[in-house]
Design a protein around this ligand. Sequence first.
Ligand SMILES: [Mg+2]
Length: 243
Amino acid sequence: MNYRNVKVKAVLFDYDDTLMDVNDAREYARESVAVRISEMYGIDKAIIMSTLKDTEAHMESLGIFNRKTWFRRIGDLLKIDLRNEIINELVRIYWDSWSLKSRAYPDALPVLTSLRMCGYRLGIVTNTDGEAGLKLARIRRDGMAKFFDVIIVAGDDTDRVKPSPEPFLKALSVLHVLGNEAMYVGDRPSTDIPGARAAGMYTVLIDRGNLMRLDLIEPKPDFLIKTLYDILSILKCHVGNAY
Ligand SMILES: [Mg+2]
């Protein structure tokens, strides 16, 4: 990778799967909901789990993040009558379970700390959890909010969600920096790259699992990295002994 001279004032991040390891969280949240539905309706847990997984992929592809909508569809698919209070209970179980198992990746805090010491302003641009306030509350509960100068929850704070440039432009305007003075780091080519690029930002795709090939990724990021530490190399930010 050619770490050409990148001069920015701000580094902005996607949240889930970029800063936060939510693999266990997603699985545990799904499972907790499946257990509850199974208890109430006597349906096999494995069937509920696979229905949930399919629904999750379908809804995310449509940009629908409201778990109430997801669980209503589960009810339709499983042919059970999930009343509103049960839907509300499932949503509560889902996010409580998620929070229990989500944790920052080991490189997240050292890199955020180093970037701060190098004088960068930091931000999050993330999509809504489907209901206003839920995502910001989750970021606070995770203990992550304190690292950031701006947190834009697209869909809560803006009309449009990523990949629209709207949430990126909003973050830039709060920070008073231009697009080419900022860098955005995310893990999904389709949602994270086009909007940040349209806002004029440098784009960085993180591929922790080493699953992607740059020549096959569309749209292409400016940088493809394997760990957040690579950001420090790109920006030539070498401070302290945080790593
Ligand atoms: Mg992500």
